[in-house]
Design a protein around this ligand. Structure first.
Ligand code: ZN
Length: 289
């Protein structure tokens, strides 16, 4: 978000939209201010178009990326929750479907997803609904100041799914999400679900972020009253990476029986097919459960 204004050259548009905008380095604040002014509507639409076009063009390379490692290291019982509009996670899930992968919830929408309001069915953007044959509508991308999570059926469903999953989760791993002030409502909703109806005795949380450990601990303290909190600078230190598709089992073995599990990370490769083959080898032992 910090680089969005420069990357997409949004500065002139933001300025044209109105007088005395806040710090242009902070797109969220500037865009929120602009959205609140009726005369900013046309510029707002232009900015949205530019952002949508840009993110639609973003693509994964053919080689294995951290997105592939992430989705192949999780099972279909796991869940991914993202605030990102970009299509990288969506595309990684699509290209690794030969192995059972988790489902993802896009809480702020995604440029790859379309939605049929008539049949409440989501699918690839630009394609037609499998039931009525009508082209699916684009889902909205939620912007600062307009975070009404219940206004759109698709977004509402994504939030409901994410909240259900959080309530049942044993461990939450957060990747580079800073819980900004502009997302206070979102963070509160996630926190409420994390503590709702749960039978878990400990809150296990892992954070992948390059910020100072102390800063991270403070930021996420309200999610971890039992202090089972670990911060890492890189993905390969997380439980997901150390015990792909078995992270919860490895944690439980240590917690309930005092048996530490040996690490068995996926082989560090850029070859997507061999990565998929390795994950499929682990997944073969998950059948019919
Ligand atoms: Zn339909």
């Amino acid at each position: 978000m910090r680089d969005l204004v420069t990357t997409l050259d949004l500065g002139p548009l933001l300025l044209r939209g109105g007088e005395k905008l806040p710090d242009l380095d902070d797109f969220e604040a500037a865009f929120a201010a602009l959205s609140e002014r009726p005369e900013g509507a046309a510029v707002v639409r232009q900015i949205e178009d530019r952002i949508e076009r840009y993110f639609r063009g973003v693509q994964l390379p053919r080689t294995a990326t951290i997105y592939d490692f992430l989705v192949l290291s999780l099972r279909s019982k796991d869940v991914l929750v993202t605030f990102n509009w970009d299509p990288l996670l969506y595309d990684a899930l699509a290209r690794n479907r030969a192995v059972p992968v988790p489902r993802a919830f896009f809480l702020h929408g995604c440029v790859r997803i379309g939605y049929c309001h008539e049949h409440h069915a989501a699918g690839p953007q630009g394609e037609t609904c499998a039931i009525c044959g009508v082209r699916r509508a684009n889902v909205p991308l939620l912007y600062p100041g307009r975070k009404n999570y219940s206004a759109h059926a698709f977004i509402r469903g994504e939030w409901e799914g994410a909240k259900r999953a959080l309530a049942d989760a044993q461990t939450v791993t957060v990747f580079g999400y800073g819980a900004p002030a502009s997302d206070a409502d979102a963070v509160q909703l996630l926190q409420d679900s994390w503590f709702a109806r749960s039978r878990r005795e400990f809150e296990h949380m892992e954070v992948v972020d390059t910020a100072e450990g102390e800063v991270l601990e403070r930021r996420w303290r309200r999610f971890t009253p039992t202090r089972h909190f670990r911060a890492f600078a890189t993905f390969d230190q997380t439980s997901i990476a150390r015990w792909p598709r078995r992270s919860c089992e490895a944690q439980l073995a240590a917690m309930s029986r005092g048996v530490p599990a040996a690490n068995f990370p996926l082989f560090a490769t850029t070859d997507l097919l061999s990565l998929q083959a390795e994950a499929a080898g682990i997944a073969a032992h998950e059948a019919q459960r």
